[in-house]
Design a binder for this molecule. Structure first.
Ligand SMILES: O=C(O)CCC(=O)C(=O)O
Ligand SMILES: [Mn+2]
Length: 199
């Protein structure tokens, strides 16, 4: 089922249980090569989400601000984006340009992500595609400028959101997760993947 909320295309249940399990196995391989880390922020408080990336560049946040980095904070290059993730990107965006980065966010109990725009990429004509796996997350969608009324919906395991077109710079965030609501990850938690064309 496809919904449109404020220009975001929300594909509920796009990935079936088998596809979700395969993606988790791929993500475990990425995380084994490029471990999750807790990003610092320019305002001093580390993010509650832990993250890593796959692709030619990875998203990085530190005291000096947000940027894409060629290497993991531990030193090595980022692993390649798993083919199954590229297949979701191609299937839903119809683009033949692959993303440069797949950011992997892990939300443990109590983790959240404040309202923000995805604006560290060079060209906002490319969409951002987001895949949700594991526990449900309360996703809040705002406006193209900060503030104003917002709408929220629960993203569940297998849901895919495409943030593009006029909504590419729409503010969004995750208020909370419903810890333990999914059995996909044995210890609970939520994984979100966002594919971005960076350069
Ligand atoms: O976890 C989500 O659903 C959204 C993640 C997000 O907005 C981001 O990583 O920029
Ligand atoms: Mn975002």
């Amino acid at each position: 089922m496809k919904l449109s909320v404020r220009g975001f295309d929300i594909h509920k249940g796009y990935l079936d249980a088998a596809a979700q399990g395969d993606l988790v196995a791929d993500i475990r391989d990425v995380v084994a090569a490029a471990p999750l880390f807790s990003p610092d922020t320019p305002y001093g408080k580390p993010m509650s989400v832990r993250m890593t990336s796959a692709g030619s560049v990875g998203w990085y946040s530190g005291r000096s601000g947000y940027r894409y980095a060629e290497t993991h904070p531990g030193g090595g290059s980022w692993p390649a984006i798993p083919q199954a993730i590229l297949d979701v990107w191609r299937g839903l965006t119809g683009l033949d340009r692959d993303p440069d980065c797949c950011l992997i966010n892990f939300y443990g109990e109590g983790a959240r992500m404040g309202m923000h725009q995805d604006r560290d990429e060079a060209d906002f004509s490319w969409p951002v595609l987001s895949v949700s796996l594991g526990d449900a997350g309360l996703f809040r969608i705002g406006n193209t400028t900060r503030g104003g009324k917002t709408e929220s919906l629960w993203l569940e395991s297998g849901d895919v959101v495409v943030m593009g077109g006029d909504a590419r710079l729409t503010y969004h965030g995750v208020d909370r997760i419903r810890f333990g609501s999914s059995s996909l990850l044995p210890k609970g938690g939520r994984i979100n993947l966002t594919c971005r064309v960076v350069r």
